[in-house]
Design a protein around this ligand. Structure first.
Ligand SMILES: CC(C)(COP(=O)(O)OP(=O)(O)OC[C@H]1O[C@@H](n2cnc3c(N)ncnc32)[C@H](O)[C@@H]1OP(=O)(O)O)[C@@H](O)C(=O)NCCC(=O)NCCS
Length: 394
């Protein structure tokens, strides 16, 4: 295991279907841990001769670590998967980028020679553990965050509209429509099928069923309907239920390995971890975080945006994506960006969204071996951005 700067590769990445948070959601009667366990089992099942005893760690991003999401969920899920007491696990929190950070930390763990093989994932049951639930803000929180709008993500999106009025409500609605249409097409073409692990659930009305598809996308979205929606966070605002990501339950996980271990096991690496970068921004416009994080990551990798063929950016709010794309020199309908749609359609189960972006990128790379570099990037509540650059090995 000794050695430094070893290549880290993704062997596989999977996710649950994504459900709407709340009683009408497909996962109302399932706990957060039970969204993760089937992913752990399936990652092993899909990748023989891998077995649980080879997993050096199970690192899970979880934003709100209370109730069922507390108690070091990352450890609990390996036990619930019946992997025995010898497989360790932990939970980490960087708000929305918790899962992406789990991947970044996992990659550095392998790169430094301290692990060979691990699972990095993210989960959020926003229906059971709502955003900010039981949080006790420090008395100086509002002062250090800038003002009270930094505590409500929808208001941070309104702040971007206020500060950068060139990104209009009309553009935000168009972007949201575009995301829904790309998602509808990808789903129809079966692009989600081999990344989703079906789950047996009991719905709130007692019906038992196997869920294979996301509940969140709205393929019947029309531009007219989006334009007619009322602002939800401020009476004079521009952020609506249509151009904001929905509240979502879901989990996603990535199998990371040293390239050497993958070769030993005869497993095909899908993509190589190039570098990761995290940056801080004004918490009142937290949605701008991907811009400095991406610039820093590109600099670390000695690449430019021109070298990047695929961009998977998390869509917390349409306006923050508009801002980020513009500042990174991309058009809002750039064909490299969120090719299969984004979180405005699929939803954003906070910590699960980073590994979900990786699962998308892996499949896009598999379909497009000619595309070399890809980015997964997200904004983060309280003002951060997190970016990982990947190289296609398919
Ligand atoms: C914006 C928000 C408050 C809306 O909550 P909500 O009212 O429960 O949202 P819904 O999805 O039920 O949408 C409300 C209505 O808007 C309409 N609507 C929403 N999206 C639509 C779309 N794409 N097309 C057409 N109509 C749409 C529908 O009429 C819907 O009612 P219906 O479900 O009965 O059809 C909530 O989704 C939210 O808080 N999002 C942001 C989450 C967040 O901050 N995450 C962290 C980011 S950093």
């Amino acid at each position: 295991m000794a050695g430094f700067s070893r290549d880290v590769v993704v062997i596989d990445s999977l996710r649950t279907p994504f459900g709407r948070a709340g009683e009408k959601g497909i996962f109302w009667n399932i706990r957060a841990e039970d969204l993760c366990v089937p992913l752990l089992k399936k990652l092993i099942e899909n990748n023989p001769p891998l077995e649980p005893s080879l997993i050096d760690d199970s690192i899970w991003g979880v934003t709100n670590q209370v109730k069922e999401q507390g108690g070091t969920l990352g450890r609990m899920v390996t036990l619930l998967a019946d992997w025995g007491w010898n497989i360790p696990g932990c939970s980490i929190d960087r708000r929305c980028a918790s899962g992406l950070t789990a991947i970044g930390f996992g990659a550095s763990f392998i790169m430094s020679g301290m692990a060979d093989c691990l699972i990095a994932g993210g989960v959020e049951h926003m229906g059971h553990v709502p955003m900010g639930y039981m949080r006790d803000n420090h008395p100086r929180a509002i002062e250090v965050l800038g003002d009270e709008t930094a505590l409500t993500m929808g208001l941070t999106a309104e702040n971007i509209h206020d500060r950068f009025p060139e990104f209009t409500r009309e553009m935000a609605d168009y972007y949201a429509y575009f995301s829904q249409m790309k998602a509808a097409e990808a789903i129809n073409q079966g692009k989600m099928d081999n990344m989703i692990v079906p789950l047996d659930v009991e719905l709130a009305d007692g019906t038992k069923t196997t869920v294979r598809k996301d509940q969140t996308p709205r393929p019947d979205t029309t531009l007219e309907k989006l334009q007619s929606l009322k602002p939800v966070f401020r009476p004079d605002g521009r952020v609506t239920a249509g151009n904001a990501c929905p509240l979502t339950d879901g989990a996603a996980a990535v199998l990371l390995m040293s390239r050497k271990k993958a070769e030993e096991l005869g497993l095909k690496p899908k993509m190589r971890f190039v570098t990761a970068s995290v940056a801080g921004v004004d918490p009142r416009i937290m949605g701008t975080g991907p811009v400095p994080a991406t610039r820093k990551a590109l600099q670390q990798a000695n690449l430019t945006m021109q070298d990047i063929d695929v961009i998977e950016i998390n869509e917390a709010f349409a306006v923050q994506v508009l801002y980020c794309l513009d500042r990174l020199g991309l058009k809002m309908d750039d064909p490299k960006v969120n090719i299969w749609g984004g979180a405005l359609a699929y939803g954003h189960p906070l910590a699960a969204s980073g590994p979900r972006l990786v699962a998308f990128l892996q499949r896009i790379f598999e379909e497009n071996p000619d595309k070399r570099y890809g980015i997964t990037t997200m904004c983060v509540g309280s003002g951060q951005g997190y970016t990982i650059i990947w190289e296609n090995l398919c």
